[in-house]
Design a binder for this molecule. Sequence first.
Ligand code: GLN
Length: 488
Amino acid sequence: MEEHIIELPAHKLVKLLIRKEISAEEIIISHFKRIEEVEEKIKAFISLNKEEALNEAKMWDKKIAEGREIPPLCGIPVAIKDNICIRNGKTTCASRILENFFPPYSATVVEKLKEAGCIIIGKTNMDEFAMGSSTENSSFYITRNPWNIETIPGGSSGGSAAAVASGETTFALGSDTGGSIRQPAALCGIVGMKPTYGRVSRYGLVAFASSLDQIGPLTKDVTDCAILLKVISGKDGRDSTSVDIPVPNYLEHLIPDLNGIKIGLPKEYFVEGTEKEVRESVLQAAKVMEDLGARVEETSLPHTEYAVATYYLIATAEASSNLARYDGVKYGYRTREKTNMIDMYKKTRREGFGDEVKRRIMLGTYVLSKGYYENYYGKALRVRTLIKQDFEKAFEKYDVLLTPTSPTVAFRAGEKIDDPLKMYLSDIFTISANLAGIPGISIPCGFGKNGLPVGLQILGRPFDEGTILRVAYAYEQSTEWRKRKPRI
Ligand code: GLN
């Protein structure tokens, strides 16, 4: 049974729990047993919460035994990316500067998960402050891809993706500023969704680039993604950018055909530089969708080539401002050296931040500085609008757009770490959605080079996650990819 438990999605575990075929305690024990088995190799977690998790599980079992009403995700283990705050729980952003930060409040998504009955089993590793595509920028250690531990799990939510893929948790939350949920989901062979900007509250998410950041689910299948998205979505008075649009019951969108659906394949996403197996898997998926009733056509998003440059101007500008607060005074690390105030700021930041974070703070400060602001930041904002308009035009004609999630399958640890520009290209297909604020999902669509998973990205209209989930579900149900599991 145990092996079974760690492979099951939440919607199946809940059914077994209600029928009293398993207990919440068994679910939690199985996952911690799995963590003991594989965590030494995978290193997906920064902190674990075993004792409290077991106590909560026992509490739910008691309620179930007493026949009391229970919440919908009662007893289901969830892992949380370590840039999402939990009250009195260590939240490090995988940075030395926050190594001993215990926030006095919880993120709205954390409260919502708890209300839904989920059990938080731990906090996951990530690139420092979510800056990266491989989880190699963590200040603590690298996370490994469960499909091949020589390779990286993607990033920056690599810990969350690896934990789901390896059966250490049922599902997880990540954050996506330029692809950090979808890209690791693709590289680890699981489902990951970035919701529309404003769909999910960012209250309690440590800010990287506030106009791009969104929290979203990483799950074993599309049904779990629909369930988890519903739980975390909705207007929040504590995040003024969250939007008051009713949250549909996404499960109602999960139907097994695609009749009447129009799908666009943006030609800029199928050019040189993408691995052949990746391109072929995605085109093959488009054929499957045609067979399911969809109409598929080639389309164009003409400003795509400017997306990476635009993103690295806007994201670094916002990051340089957001990270100004880590000054050794308010919270977090402070240099041990006794010195004057200005020098204390400098030494704290020099010792507390890693190379990639420093690189971005410098770049962001530069593009916002007098004399350069208009030429760089101002221009990037205007190009951002053009990218957004490309999508608006495409969505007049198509319900969803289909692209690869990542140009490559998982690469070897160390392969790109010394070449930031190469690393930045890992998100070439995911970044535009953040600039435009639209939702996107990555789902497994095959296996490429060295037998590693390939991800398919489905992009949709703002606040139309329902249609994305429908397309993803219909495809998932007619294929078998999700049934293959990594052997660690
Ligand atoms: N890889 C991109 C970056 O390094 C995106 C990161 C993210 O989405 N948080 O900025």
